[in-house]
Design a protein around this ligand. Structure first.
Ligand SMILES: [Zn+2]
Length: 625
């Protein structure tokens, strides 16, 4: 065949169809700008990407949607770029690529796409170099023979309503807003649905969705994954050759030393280090948990699979040790390293029976060694003349690093407009608890809910006990509120001006505090319950769950059906009381200040011990849990 014939034939005979991985191995080059390993792309470096990429090939007609729920440092973004470049070169058509926001699009375009175009010769030849006024190649539009690549943000309804497209790449879908509308309050609808509508006129379309997951129940990528065929990557262990999934529970290390991290085979129990990872990944295979429906192939993979030299097991363990006690950091670790959603509503999964196992050895009404201060939360039920009127009081001890100990929970029955219930509260307010190391503790701050039907009676009580650590509070379920806000004066004179020395009511971020309490319940043992804590108490403590707001923006706590939640509310108020104390005794010094105070009272009580030996007395109408 002479060169003329060859060139002529190339023009009329379509090239044999390739898969995305074949194309990438042949043409794709990684730029030194965006990659730590510049040079030719090698699928063998991340062998687990071959199957998801090949589902996006024109040769695969079984799959229309590919969902990647991956951890960081696994190459998921590069596989998305391979998909875009492959379509530009190999099967040109209109393509839409969506990032979370227009700013993210700019970054993606500059830092990832343009270097990829530049480094990959077959693509560079097809896309005109970017000139400032060239409409065919801008930050948001890239034209090429027989197609166009449009880039937009999920917050841009106009961009999402662009022309029909055959190929769609939705990057980091868990960071999209629930509504594409950016301003004016007009609902534009779900950005993912808007974008997918663009593909409706095409047959043989391909849709790629990728993300690290976020919150349980609200994670788009998890919802997509759960409706897919749910593939997971199985690898053979070096010890016995048995195939297994790499899971966090098999990761072992010694004495908080991340450098000792090893993987324990779930079959034979032998431990091995990362040096085996490369061969394990090479021999791995995706196995689906479900039959495929809706032509959707789903892939889930944690960063434990990250190739050698990217993110190591010791690094992941190190990050775990650093983040595990801090709810927001730990959430990020779970999302980006384990590629799992984070369940903030742990209480909805944990039954009261399971909670009973959390009971510790100390008895109600006694103070554990570790406690240096006491706070109380008070909830008012009734005030409208119904039966079962009562106030409920939880007394919590505070230890080092905000460990909290339920000392006792009391219910005082009676009409909150009458004096008797308040006398009962006085007993608890002024009680002294003996510390096992000697000395006595009194309640430092009592926070009482003013929100119910007995507001004025609460005001009266707070007014009369100003200066003895009693504060009025009002819950705000708005998200992002501080645990306790600034106080506002509620006692006004006849001109409507605040009265000096009147009652101050503090706003309390109830959802903020519930996040704190529930994450502590789940991830570290910072909440302690006495030996006789009842199932009913735990039912109430776990009686709320987080749901998506009606507006679709953000989440909020709601009570489970027919479930009282006084145990939870009083704990929330007690935590607000503790945060109120931080205004006078800074959080960082709190433990030391009160430990010193206790020590002083030990010394003085030694002198007093001979004089009085009276114990805390309670009136008979105080029911004790
Ligand atoms: Zn083994």
């Amino acid at each position: 065949m002479n060169p003329f014939q060859k060139g002529f034939l190339e023009g009329i005979i379509p090239p044999p169809p390739m898969t995305v991985s074949e194309w990438s191995d042949k043409h794709r080059r990684l730029s030194s700008k965006g990659s730590s390993e510049p040079g030719p792309w090698r699928t063998s470096r991340t062998p687990y990407l071959k199957e998801p990429m090949d589902c996006l090939s024109v040769t695969n007609t079984d799959v229309e949607r590919v969902v990647l729920m991956f951890g960081a440092q696994t190459g998921k973004s590069e596989s998305g770029i391979n998909f875009l470049l492959y379509t530009i070169d190999h099967c040109p058509a209109p393509i839409l690529c969506v990032a979370a926001s227009l700013d993210m699009v700019k970054r993606m375009s500059r830092q990832r796409l343009e270097p990829a175009f530049e480094e990959t010769p077959v693509i560079k030849a097809k896309i005109a170099p970017q000139r400032s006024r060239d409409a065919s190649n801008s930050m948001f539009i890239k034209e090429f023979p027989n197609g166009i690549l449009l880039l937009t943000g999920s917050n841009s309804p106009a961009g999402l309503r662009s022309a029909p497209v055959r190929y769609l790449f939705l990057d980091e879908i868990d960071s999209y807003p629930s509504d594409a509308s950016t301003s004016g309050g007009v609902s534009e609808g779900d950005p993912v649905e808007l974008a997918i509508k663009r593909t409706s006129t095409f047959s043989r379309k391909k849709i790629l969705m990728t993300s690290t997951p976020t919150l349980k129940e609200f994670s788009r990528v998890e919802n997509e994954y759960l409706t897919s065929d749910r593939r997971k990557y199985w690898v053979p262990a070096p010890c016995c050759g048995k195939y297994q999934l790499l899971t966090w529970s098999q990761m072992k290390w010694e004495n908080r030393d991340a450098s000792t991290a090893k993987y324990e085979c779930s079959h034979c129990g032998e431990r091995f280090d990362e040096s085996h990872k490369t061969s394990m990944l090479r021999q791995g295979e995706w196995r689906a948990e479900k039959p495929m429906t809706r032509k959707t192939a789903g892939f889930q993979m944690s960063s434990l699979y990250s190739p050698a030299g990217w993110l190591s097991w010791p690094e992941i363990v190190e990050e775990f040790l650093r983040s595990k006690d801090d709810a927001p950091l730990f959430k990020t670790w779970v999302n980006t390293r384990m590629a799992e959603t984070f369940d903030e509503s742990y209480q909805s999964q944990l039954s009261a029976e399971e909670m009973l196992e959390k009971c510790e050895k100390y008895l109600p009404g006694t103070i554990p060694d570790e406690v240096v201060a006491l706070v109380q939360g008070v909830d008012i039920q009734g005030g409208g003349g119904t039966k079962d009127e009562r106030i409920e009081v939880s007394t919590w001890g505070v230890g080092l690093e905000e460990h909290m100990y339920l000392i006792q929970h009391d219910v005082i029955y009676g009409d909150p407009h009458q004096g008797t219930v308040w006398e009962g509260l006085d007993v608890l307010l002024t009680a002294e608890w003996e510390h096992p190391n000697g000395g006595r503790l009194k309640v430092e701050c009592t926070a009482i809910d003013t929100g119910g039907l007995a507001t004025n009676s609460v005001y009266n009580y707070c007014r009369a006990r100003k200066g003895s650590g009693v504060i009025g509070i009002k819950g705000s379920s708005q998200s992002g509120q501080p645990a306790i806000g600034r106080g506002s004066k509620v006692d006004l004179n006849y001109r409507g001006k605040p009265i000096k020395g009147g009652v101050v009511v503090y706003s309390v971020g109830t959802d903020t505090i519930k996040d704190v309490l529930y994450s502590r319940l789940k991830f570290n043992n910072k909440l302690h319950f006495h030996a006789q804590t009842t199932e009913e108490y735990f039912k109430q403590f776990t009686g709320e769950r987080k749901v998506l707001k009606k507006s679709g923006r953000g989440t909020q706590y709601v009570q489970k059906k027919n479930q009282n939640v006084e145990a939870l509310d009083t704990a929330v108020y007690a935590y607000a009381a503790l945060n109120h104390l931080y205004q006078r005794f800074p959080r960082g010094k709190f433990f030391q200040i009160f430990a010193n105070k206790l020590l002083n009272s030990v010394n003085s009580s030694k002198k007093q011990r001979l004089k009085s030996n009276s114990k805390v007395t309670k009136k008979s109408y105080v029911t004790h849990w």
